[in-house]
Design a protein around this ligand. Sequence first.
Ligand code: PEP
Length: 255
Amino acid sequence: MALFVAGNWKMFASRAGVTQFVDELASHWHTADGVVPVVFPPTGYLAQLQTELAAKLPGCVALGGQRIHPEPQGAFTGESSAAMMLDLGASWVLAGHSERRTLFGETDEMVAAQVKAAIVAGLKPVLCVGETLAQRQAGEAEQVVARQLDSVFAKLDAGFGEGAVAYEPVWAIGTGETASPDQAQQMHAFVRERLSAMDAKLAEVPLWYGGSVKPDNAAELFAAPDIDGALIGGASLAAASFWQIIEQAAGLTSA
Ligand code: PEP
């Protein structure tokens, strides 16, 4: 299976920054066989990023949106639909990122509706799941992740398409604290088992790890058998560190 290296830019971007990122990434680029890089910029920068990538790194980096509204269109000020993401060049979309759940009150039901809408429209969803520090300390990590998975997968009548699940322990996002490869692998194995039990086809769903992934810890995480990719916030903003993570993934896939 390919290794995914995905950058979540959150609310960090500018037109000049997009140009600089693509120029710098292109200056580092050499073959990265077996790696699928994906960038999730703020919606307003998707089209520019698509144009610049097509000119300077054709076919090398896929794009994703950070969130969609589940309805195809309507009076929903500030929102964007799955079809709009596709129109802007995205092929992926995040759903249920912990910042959306915590800061914007997104419930499991809302996340499930987004995942369903993405699949129906032909976007590949990345379902983000993960426990808080308090939940881990209370021994509830697996229970929380199971609930987040079940609430989405129970509602999927048309399969999960080519979607991915990202395990992002909330205590490791933007904190500099990373789950150890053992902790991450343990949860990924749990997710893999739970999905396979629902439907044998779901055993193939790529499982990404997210939470302070950096060039100096990426290789040991990628080496874990059930880690098929990384969702990277801070370290994806600079082309140099994003490229270093892609290189580490490429080294492992060609090994
Ligand atoms: C994220 O935003 O999904 C994330 C994992 O951020 P960071 O890499 O900065 O922890």
